[in-house]
Design a protein around this ligand. Sequence first.
Ligand SMILES: *[C@@H]1O[C@H](CO)[C@@H](O)[C@H](O)[C@H]1NC(C)=O
Ligand SMILES: *[C@@H]1O[C@H](CO)[C@@H](O)[C@H](O)[C@H]1NC(C)=O
Ligand SMILES: [Zn+2]
Length: 458
Amino acid sequence: MEGNFNQISLKSLINFIFLSLLLISAISPSKTSKTPSNIITRFQQYLQINTAHPNPNYTQSSNFILSQAKSLNLESQTLEFVKGKPVIILKWSGKNQNLPSIMLNSHTDVVPAEFHKWVHSPFDAHIDGGGDIYARGSQDMKCVGLQYLEAIRRLKSDGFEPVRTVYVSFVPDEEIGGHDGAEKLAESEAFKKMNVGIVLDEGLASPNENYRIFYAERCPWWLVIKATGAPGHGSKLYDNSAMENLLRSIESVRRFRASQFDVVKAGLKAEGEVISVNMVFLKAGTPSPTGFVMNMQPSEAEAGFDIRIPPNADQKSLEERIAQEWAPSSRNMTFELGQFKQKGSVHDKFGNPAITAADNSNPWWSLLVGAIKKANGKVGKPEIFPASTDARYFRELGLPAIGFSPMANTPILLHDHNEFLNQAEYLRGIEIYESIIAEYASYVEPSPTRDEASRAEL
Ligand SMILES: *[C@@H]1O[C@H](CO)[C@@H](O)[C@H](O)[C@H]1NC(C)=O
Ligand SMILES: *[C@@H]1O[C@H](CO)[C@@H](O)[C@H](O)[C@H]1NC(C)=O
Ligand SMILES: [Zn+2]
């Protein structure tokens, strides 16, 4: 017993010394905190916090973010529009408080992971021999949240002083619609007071060397169509059964889907620029103890579709198509458009398409592209995000919002098994943000030149 006890003590003593050394290296100032290993360790720590739905641990993620804020000397504010759903706002005050501020947004939650389908456990943040960091959230989007902070850490240690105020926001629940997170923030008094002029939010990984930049996103409509018809014996051929009615509609939907997909396949439009329609469920049949009754044609049949509409698409004609071709009452069909129909609009509150200008008319766009190039990054063609992000809540206010996650040469693995990001790519992204934040925070709208001013005087 005693021998055993001594052995344990020795082991714990060694552990203690080891941990102390780790601690000393962690708290010793700037020089060591700039080394990549510490940067990667902090990323791993954030990834190891399980913020997967349905039970994201926001207490732990908040504590982590607030501790980072403290180490960076950033002011912090925790807003709880809904209890247990913290929105954290960090503030780096600019020298000119009158200029609109910059908001760097990221969500803290992640989608669930099927542990047994991963080569490395999704919350271990294991780094393999090639430097790939495996974790749920490594791409979507804990990388971005922490890259913002690492970039600020570097700018601060270089003595950079922002002219504009920079806010870094960490919001909950994006993966379940953002209603208790970014949506509430965008509607709040607190947000108005922040006087935000530009929002950066998430983008997607790029399998090639060009970073992807998004200026808008598609709006989801969830459509359920339902057919009814006289039931009948399974052997009987007759018109207008529920199944036949539904199948005719499905064929029509498929023709439309193919017409959109063909344009993408031909390379004429990108994925985000067409209307996507995918059937997500089929519900029909008369249940029996062993499956379905086989000699009976049912009187009802339903199908569900996930539809995504780009902001410049003709919504009205799609609505007509649904009512006249996909679910015509003349064929005893009805339809319902799910929760997003009311919520998600492709327009902002002024009735304009919710699009951020992706050209020189928008200084924030030019500055972003310029800053990426300055840091030796390459950019692809501006794109419409194929799915939804929190950026829509800010675009709906009429604010410019740009989707960007600095991940080049990386397979797109968001929501997939074995999501990973290479550590070199992560570090590269920090340099990119350093360049962007420096440009954004220094930007002062050009005042009229002396020539223009004197002409105005005349
Ligand atoms: C969440 O994290 C906190 C802080 O680390 C911990 O005390 C708590 O047990 C965790 N909650 C759950 C539900 O795991
Ligand atoms: C509509 O439903 C009624 C009642 O089931 C049926 O008699 C009729 O044939 C159906 N019409 C069509 C066009 O499906
Ligand atoms: Zn995301």
